[in-house]
Ligand binder design. Structure first.
Ligand code: F0G
Length: 364
């Protein structure tokens, strides 16, 4: 059973096999994996010109199998669900959890139900869940309401809940912190990360603390969590009834891992800040045109946050900062059309093309 989904002998083996010593698995835990993890940690020197005096790295989590960091937690949650004899899995989602749950449930051979806020999920994510055989249930309500429903329903209907309130999700996601330390040979001074339901900041902090305790990294980073201004309960210090932001992934008013996020910020000497939708979209664009890294709006939050601090003279010099870019840009193509114009057709002649080339090169 434990050899289920065993990877080819010399390949990256997925986060459970690579970090087995740090995860709650036994030799008998069946492995459900899509070989997630091992995502690039890119040095961002062009972007860095907008962030003078600091060294910036981008942890490109959009390069996971389903295009977001959720895969790290889902491999473990689904493996444990199978180990525990689950008959089906359930989650609420703003989209990425749904896409990951659908994929890993397929891999495990388990039915999957995803409850989403109607009209509140980016098209790429909705399509992923549909394509991968999950039963998608849109509800007339917010993500927070969807989460309340599934938390109540999971035990009643004997379904395994695979939201980050499932402790295995957080355990799997902490491997992102391990990879950053392994790649840098140290922990960064600052870990900048978007915060929605607050599972990931909780997970990263746990990962950094465990590596530090084991002597694998000498220091601990400050955890800087960035929320969208219209959905910033942790910045405000109280839940937000009607969260609103272009960044649908983090349109969340009552984060489930509130306490974990607060502890991460407090114990690391970090904190929470809000960035506006305009700042999110500008940072998304900058990442794409300056670095070739295309992310969804939520994922631009840490970069928007660092840029804001730089503008306001609140960026300490000489630091190494790692930004967790949580999800791929293809997940939310519609958000791009908010800042970019669709190209117009020209005649099929070299002359027409030349006019375009001249126009573009003239402004550079
Ligand atoms: N970035 C992306 C792309 C996300 O999808 C999410 C959360 C976050 C950041 C925030 O992470 O919730 O751990 O603080 N997405 C969840 C979902 C809510 O349903 O896909 P968090």
């Amino acid at each position: 059973m434990a050899t289920r989904d065993a990877p080819p002998p010399r390949a990256w083996r997925g986060v459970i096999e690579e970090f087995r010593a740090y995860l709650p698995v036994t030799p008998r835990t069946p492995l459900v994996t899509l070989l997630e993890g091992a995502t690039p940690l890119l040095r961002a020197s062009r972007l860095g010109r907008h962030l003078p005096g600091i060294e910036v790295y981008l942890k490109c989590e959009g390069q996971n199998p389903t295009g977001s960091f959720k895969d790290r937690g889902m491999t473990l949650a689904m493996s444990k669900a199978l180990e525990e004899g689950s008959r089906a899995v359930l989650c609420a989602s703003t989209g990425n959890t749904a896409a990951a749950a659908a994929a890993y449930a397929s891999r495990a051979g388990l039915p999957c139900f995803v409850v989403v806020p109607a009209g509140g999920v980016a098209v790429g994510k909705l399509v992923q869940a549909m394509a991968q055989g999950a039963r998608v249930v849109p509800v007339e309500g917010s993500f927070d309401e969807a989460l309340r429903i599934v938390r109540e329903s999971a035990p009643r209907f004997r379904l395994t809940l695979v939201n980050s309130v499932n402790p295995y999700r957080i355990e799997g996601q902490k491997t992102g912190a391990f990879e950053i330390c392994d790649a840098l040979g140290r922990a960064p001074d600052v870990l900048a990360i978007p915060v929605g339901n607050a599972g990931n900041i909780t997970a990263y902090w746990r990962g950094f603390v465990q590596y530090h305790r084991d002597g694998r990294s000498a220091a601990l980073p400050k955890m800087w969590g960035f929320q969208a201004a219209g959905a910033a309960p942790l910045v405000l210090g109280h839940p937000v009834e009607r969260p609103e932001t272009v960044a649908s992934a983090i349109r969340i008013g009552r984060p489930a891992s509130w306490d974990g996020a607060v502890a991460a910020a407090r114990d690391s000497g970090g904190g929470f800040e809000a960035v506006t939708d305009e700042e999110l979209l500008a940072a998304r664009r900058l990442l794409a045109v300056e670095e070739g890294v295309f992310v969804e709006p939520s994922s631009a939050a840490p970069v928007a946050g660092l840029l804001k601090r730089a503008r306001e003279g609140r960026l300490p010099g000489g630091i190494v900062a790692a930004c967790v870019l949580t999800g791929h840009g293809l997940k939310d193509p519609e958000s791009v059309l908010r800042t970019e114009r669709r190209p117009e057709a020209v005649p099929a002649t070299p002359e027409a093309l030349e006019r375009v080339v001249d126009e573009v090169l003239a402004v550079r």
